[in-house]
Design a protein around this ligand. Sequence first.
Ligand SMILES: NC(=O)c1ccc[n+]([C@@H]2O[C@H](COP(=O)([O-])OP(=O)(O)OC[C@H]3O[C@@H](n4cnc5c(N)ncnc54)[C@H](O)[C@@H]3O)[C@@H](O)[C@H]2O)c1
Length: 448
Amino acid sequence: MSNTEQGGPKTAPVIAPEPAKGKLGVMVVGLGAVATTMIAGVEAVRRGLAKPIGSLTQMGTVRLGKRTDNKSPLLKDFVPLADINDIVFTGWDIFEDNVYESAAHAKVLDKEILEQLKPYLETIKPLPAVFDQYYVKRLHGTHVKKGKNKRELADQVRADIQNFKKAVDRVVMIWCGSTEIFLEPTAVHQSIEAFEKGLESNDVGMAPSQIYAYAALSEGVPFANGAPNLTVDVPAMIDLSRKNAAPICGKDFKTGQTFMKTVLAPAFKARLLGVSGWYSTNILGNRDGEVLDDPESFKTKEESKLGSLEYIFQPELYPDLYKDIFHKVRINYYPPRGDNKEGWDNIDIFGWLGYPMQIKVDFLCRDSILAAPIALDLVLFLDLAKRTPSLKSIGIQEWLSFYLKSPQTREGLYPEHDLFIQSMKLKNTLRHIMGADLITHLGLEYYD
Ligand SMILES: NC(=O)c1ccc[n+]([C@@H]2O[C@H](COP(=O)([O-])OP(=O)(O)OC[C@H]3O[C@@H](n4cnc5c(N)ncnc54)[C@H](O)[C@@H]3O)[C@@H](O)[C@H]2O)c1
C-alpha cells in the first residue's frame, strides 16, 4: 500500500474488538446536572422523543477508503459499540435525591420532557457516596459511607461494583462529581503499593475521586473523569489501569470555552497570526458554579483551563508570535443564569508587520447540554477499548483526548489539544482497530 490519502502505512494486523453482548452497566459518580442530563437524554433518545445531538457515537460517521468510494458509515455501524438500549445506569451521590429529583433541581431540561421520563428516572436512586468536605468546601454531604479508613471506603465501592456486575455484563465508571480542591501528586501516588499503604493510613493526598477510581481500576472497570481533579493522573493509577486492563483517559469535559479555544488557537497558529493576550471570563449559576466559587476548587479548574494554549501555540517554536501571551481565565458564580453559562473571550492578535487586531467571542451556552453527549461517548468508547485487544491493556487512551480539557499522555509526551488533530486521531484509531486503512489526507493518487 502506498502512502496515499486513503491509506497511510497499513497498520499491523489487528485482532478486532469483541462484540458488545448483553447489558453495559454505567456507574456514575455524582448525579448532578451533567449526569442527570445524560441519563434523561439517553432515555429520551431510546423512546424516540429527541435526537442525540452532539454525540459522535450516535450520529457521527467515519470515511473509509478514497473520497471517490463514497463510503462513510455511521461510527456505530463500523465499530461494535454498545447499543444505548443496552445501557443500565446507577450511581452515587452525597444527596439522596433520585435522578428525577436531581434533574428537576438542576433545571437543565424542561419540565415537560422530565415529566414524561419521570417513572424511569425515579427508579435510579444514588448509592451512598465516599465524601469528605475537606476536598469540596462548598458541599455538605449527608448520604455518605462510613469507614475506619480510606481502604474500607474503597472496599465498599468495590462491593457496590461487584453487586452491580451481577445485573449487567460489563461495567464502566465515570466521574460527574464536583471539582475537588487542587492536589498535586505526592509519594503516595507513585506506585500501587504506596497508594494502598496510603489508603490504610488515610493519607490526606487522596481525594474521594481517587478512592472511586482505585476501586474501579481494581475491579478491571474503565474510568473516565469529567472533572479536572487529579484522580488517575498519577503513576499508581496508570499502573493499575494497565495491570487490570481497565482503560483510562484524560480529564475535564471539553465543552464550552476550552472547546472554542482549541478550535480558534490552531487556526491562528496555522496562519501564523500572533497572540498577545487572551482573556476569558464566565458567569455560571449552577451548583458547579457554586463549588467553583471556592478558590481551592477554582484553582483545580484554572490549571485545566490554562493548559491548552501553551501546548497549541508552542511558544518555543514561535517566540515572535506567542512568547508573551497574557492568558487569564475567570469564573464568576452568578445564580440567575443557572446552567446557562455565558463565556466571553477577548483575544488580542497581531498580523503582518505586527499590526494589532481583536476578536470577541460571546458564547451563550448550556453547560450540561454540551457535556452530556461527551459523557455518553466516553463511556461507550471506554467500553469499546476494554473489548479491544490492542487497547485494553495500554492504560491511557490518548485517542479520547478529543473530549477533554486536559488530555492524558504517557510521561514525556506533550498532550495534543488541537480539536481537529484530536478528531483525526480518534477516527484513525477506530480505523486501526478495525483493520481499515488510515486516512492521511495526502490525496496525490487522484492526480496520477
Ligand atoms: N457541564 C460542563 O460543561 C462541564 C464541563 C467540564 C467539566 N465539568 C465538571 O463536571 C462535574 C459535574 O458538573 P455538574 O454541572 O453536573 O455539577 P453538579 O454540582 O450539578 O453535580 C455534581 C454532583 O456530584 C455530587 N458529588 C460531589 N462529590 C461527590 C462524591 N464524592 N461522591 C458522589 N457524588 C459527589 C454532588 O452532590 C452533585 O450532585 C464538575 O466537576 C464540573 O466541573 C462540567
